[in-house]
Design a protein around this ligand. Sequence first.
Ligand code: SF4
Length: 178
Amino acid sequence: MTRTLDVELRPSRHRVLERVKELTRSDQELQDRLEAVKEFSASVRSAEVFITNACNLRCKGCWFFEHDMDKAAEEVRDLDTLRTFAQQLHAGGTTNVLLIGGEPALVPDRISVFVETFPYVSVVTNGTRPVPYDGFENIQVLVSLWGGGPIDDALRGHRPNGQPITGLFDLGLGSVFK
Ligand code: SF4
């Protein structure tokens, strides 16, 4: 027998707004919290910045390397040039940068430039190199971890020179913020 569930998988915007009204109508505290989140969200404007073409892994199927994105643009290594770019981005209204690569943890001096300039900085890392804590106390670190075990190592545990790495999951969990 087949059962059909009456579930809206993608409720419309109208439906979401109606539901929010229902939930907050009789709950002033929830309403105040929602307003605070909305006000804060309106002040955040994000940009994604590739700060390096280098990575210490070669995961199978990595879109960055499989699509030759590391060769598509020249890497900016000069910190003053990077600082000018960051300041222009900030002057244009961006308040939050998401730093990706390659592997941003390989270039902490470049992360510093963005930390100097932006109130909100997020760094995406594969977790194999620690992101320094000193000077980066207020950044958000997003660690890309897969499932662990031999399949994880088989898919991701490859150095650029082809050498295998084992225990990638534990390495990633253990090395952030040392
Ligand atoms: S860690 Fe990220 S950038 Fe590096 S090879 Fe893997 S998927 Fe690509």
